[in-house]
Ligand binder design. Sequence first.
Ligand code: GLY
Length: 264
Amino acid sequence: MPQSSPESSYEFTRAITRLPARSIVDGLRAEDIGDPDYAQMLRDHADYVASLQQAGATVTELGALEAFPDSVFVEDVALCLPEVAILMRPGAESRAGEVEHMAPVLRDLYEQVVAIDGPGFIEGGDILTTSREILVGRSARTDSAGIAELAAIVKHWDYHLREVVTPPGVLHFKTDCSLLDAETILATRRLDATGCFEGYRVIHTADGEEAAANSIRYNDLLVMPAGFPQTQERLLQAGYEVHEINNSECAKLDGGMSCLSLRF
Ligand code: GLY
């Protein structure tokens, strides 16, 4: 891996977020458990941005895109590596147009921006960058052709990419895992059981707390969704500095901590 140090997979200076659109009530979801409360979502989003800033991020906060209900989940439209930003090709048709809104933002911040041209599909939520490799989970949104195109692109910067599998019924690979440090992954048992984390130290989410797996490490801070006390205790015992954010509203759209930002 070309990154300057193992820590560079979670040491960042910048983040990009986007304000939730009121149209978020039309957002994609696997199961309808009710529409999100927009006012609560705005409060949670403000807490989320503040926590990234507390962790050292300069945050570029983009305006809401009403035409794209899921556009608050900016992670899915790009992969931000230290050397290059890569625009994704979302597998969800209603999200394809989000990419052209992110492209100029990244071109302002990066010298090199390239795009997945297709015919394959790939979403950022299926990509976990660790200190040694880029793991990409094949899912309902990300196919082998999209993964192969990304592998060919990142090879130019000496990244090794490994195709793995997002469990059936799970939206994205990172719905079920997060990077905790250079050697350690937080993961659900169902994802770890696929064998994709061999060689890493894995901390499991507690049974019944699978939704805690979508957390983010940003410098010294681990930002996790509130309401998962047993998993939080495991992380505290392991020595991580944990900050909780209410995620009740984004969770109704299958969204979580990683989905809400691009970090680089
Ligand atoms: N609601 C998030 C997504 O399905 O992309």
